[in-house]
Design a protein around this ligand. Structure first.
Ligand code: P6P
Length: 340
């Protein structure tokens, strides 16, 4: 009698997807399994960050000019080493590395995928026990199989992503990933050390009551953004309000909550930083892909994030992402503000 296994592990789920596509090589499944393995190793350290000498700074700054936390460096090393030892990734780009890395060995050069990631987003929150996360983005390489990857393999529009996802190290550890077909969430079961399907076929609610933005920058935002924030603060019951403002300062947590419950996350440009703070390739593109597959929308205020042609690995972009109806109201405020 075969036990009635209703809960699929991440590996079982990705392998089951293979059944639907007999011509698939299984390379994407093994790449996602590798990412799952690295995230489990990071999770162990994140969960005991307060107990071991892994807090604090490494004493260096990354290409962003931000202090590199020991856990940042540890996380980056885990993802790079697992992917380099695997058979499904030809090279990587990371927030923690100035340039991309071509793995350039005989097996890796035959891999058809490249991976970009922010190994530990929100790391400023590590020392105060606030949820943090890993964000990843997967593309099919455009350079010739059998050769080392080149920069153009990483500078592709977000629309070309094969898959994208994130791990949130929070009250539980979740891995959420999207392919063009669907978005699925897996919760880590510590008892068996496996990610188990807990949120099948995630859909972003058409609307919501949560808006996420750093109010501290309010007077630095464009008029249209200020107008939309003002609209959010004045929603009455009959207008689907009142809204609530939720901003953890950890993008993975903020966007994950809004994806599940409905809402809008904004990191606009400011008068002093017109491109904002968030990185296009390994923060905004993955979340834009995930939220749009789930039925929401993501723009830079004027165009779809996924249609932006990247020019450099660490370029920034203003970022607005969330439920369609809230995004439409934002776009109306931005458009009418232009007429002002
Ligand atoms: P601010 C964390 O450093 C991060 O990159 C995102 O996770 C987060 O949404 C944002 O920066 C917070 O930035 O300027 O509001 O503190």
């Amino acid at each position: 009698m075969i036990p009635n296994r209703t809960v699929l592990t991440l590996d079982e789920f990705t392998i089951q997807s293979l059944r639907q596509f007999p011509h698939a090589t299984g390379e994407l499944s093994t790449l996602l399994r590798d990412i799952g393995l690295a995230s489990k190793r990071v999770n162990v350290e994140v969960n005991k960050a307060g107990l071991v000498d892994i807090l604090g700074d490494v004493g260096t700054v990354n290409v962003q000019g931000e202090e590199v936390k020991k856990l940042d460096e540890y996380a980056n090393n885990q993802f790079v080493s697992v992917l380099q030892r695997g058979v499904s990734c030809a090279g990587i780009a990371s927030e923690e590395l100035d340039d991309f890395v071509a793995f350039d060995d005989e097996v890796s050069n035959q891999s058809k995928y490249v991976c970009l990631f922010d190994p530990l987003d929100g790391s400023g929150n590590i020392d105060v026990n606030v949820s943090i996360g890993t964000i990843f983005s997967i593309y099919r390489r455009i350079s010739k199989l059998g050769t080392p990857v080149v920069k153009e393999d990483f500078l592709q529009k977000g629309r070309n992503q094969v898959a994208a996802g994130y791990i949130v190290y929070g009250s539980s550890t979740m891995l959420v990933y999207a392919t063009k077909r669907s978005v699925n969430g897996f919760t880590l079961d510590p008892a068996i050390g496996e990610f188990c399907l807990s949120h099948p076929n995630i859909k972003c609610p058409e609307s919501g009551k949560i808006y996420s933005v750093n109010h501290g920058n309010f007077f630095l935002y464009d008029y249209g953004v200020k107008k939309y924030i003002d609209t959010c603060q004045n929603k009455r019951k009959e207008q689907g309000g009142p809204y609530t403002q939720r901003y953890i300062g950890s993008m993975v947590s903020d966007v994950h909550r809004n994806l599940i419950k409905g809402g809008i996350f904004m990191y606009p440009g400011t008068t002093d930083k017109p491109k904002g703070k968030l990185r296009l390739l390994y923060e905004c593109n993955p979340f834009a892909f995930i939220v749009e597959v789930a039925g929401g929308k993501a723009t830079n205020g004027t165009m779809h994030i996924l249609d932006i042609e990247p020019t450099e690995l660490h370029e920034r972009t203003p970022f607005f992402v969330g439920s369609n109806k809230m995004m439409e109201e934002l776009e109306h405020c931005l458009a009418t503000a232009k007429e002002k």
